[in-house]
Ligand binder design. Structure first.
Ligand code: SF4
Length: 274
């Protein structure tokens, strides 16, 4: 059984979890916001690994000189041919937000992180036994900074970080379990707003974390016994199957052809007719 820090959110709707995570059923197109969020994370990771200025541009390929006189390759954001937009979203403003997030990272964070020993986008896994059942608790950390024995977890957020407290505590618990060395703190950084949320390590994280794992183990078992259960609500907004779901509470959604600019509203029967 595999548990991970964002599992509780994924299990909000069992049907969505099973289709997306277990069966990996195809979708019409990825959401533009998801694609750009991933690219922002990848550019930050690459900047940290190579010690160079983060690439921010969304204009034609060109080389400029970055920090330390090293060349930096600036390139356009990599969008697939078709992306999904949720009602009210515009690609231009999503691109603008992605660039602003990268600019904030470059101005406020990356220069101060240089010279530290760090692990970037690294998977940590902790195998343990809960009431006789083997469980693997795992997660990917955006950044684990080390200064001697001191460790800090950093988590970049392209959205608002205010609801990140539980996730940060789970990162603290995961590093503690996987390495035996609990971090001093975990920090979520809102790249757009500059807001930060910080959770500091304390011994209380340990029983709290075990209780969370037990709860998730039961929730996951319950979801697997009823994999068609639907639970409509805010989670539907970015559900890839909403247009083929009779219970969907998602707002309208649109397919954008990124080459021609053509926009098509996604009809409810789109998947059924494929
Ligand atoms: S649209 Fe909503 S209720 Fe339907 S599968 Fe997706 S998340 Fe569940």
């Amino acid at each position: 059984m595999i548990l991970y820090p964002t599992l509780e959110a994924d299990l909000t709707c069992p049907s969505r979890y099973v289709r997306a995570r277990l069966r990996k059923e195809p979708t019409l197109a990825p959401f533009a916001s998801t694609v750009l969020g991933k690219e922002v994370h990848e550019r930050i990771a690459s900047s940290l690994r190579q010690g160079v200025v983060v690439s921010q541009a969304d204009d034609p390929l060109r080389d400029v000189t970055g920090g330390g006189g090293r060349p930096v390759h600036r390139k356009t954001f990599q969008l697939p041919r078709r992306v999904m937009l949720s009602e009210g979203e515009k690609l231009d403003s999503l691109l603008d937000r992605a660039q602003k997030g990268l600019a904030r990272f470059e101005a406020d964070y990356r220069p101060g992180l240089q010279g530290e020993a760090h692990r970037v986008e690294e998977f940590l896994a902790w195998n343990l036994e809960l009431e006789g059942e083997l469980v693997r608790f795992m997660g990917k950390l955006d950044l684990l900074l080390s200064q001697g024995e001191d460790q800090e977890v950093w988590d970049w957020k392209t959205g608002n970080p205010k609801n990140s407290r539980e996730q940060l505590r789970l990162y603290l618990f995961l590093v503690y379990g996987a390495t035996g060395n609990p971090p001093r703190l975990a920090r979520a950084v809102g790249l757009e707003s500059g807001e930060e949320v910080v959770e500091v390590w304390s011994e209380e994280v340990i029983p709290w974390g075990y209780a969370w794992l037990q709860r998730m183990r039961k929730s996951l078992s319950a979801a697997l016994t009823n994999p068609r259960a639907l639970n409509p609500g805010p989670v539907c907004r970015y559900c890839p199957y909403a247009h083929a779901c009779p219970a969907s509470a998602a707002p309208r959604r649109y397919l954008l052809d990124t080459r021609t600019g053509e926009v098509t509203e996604v009809a409810v029967e789109s998947l059924a007719s494929e």
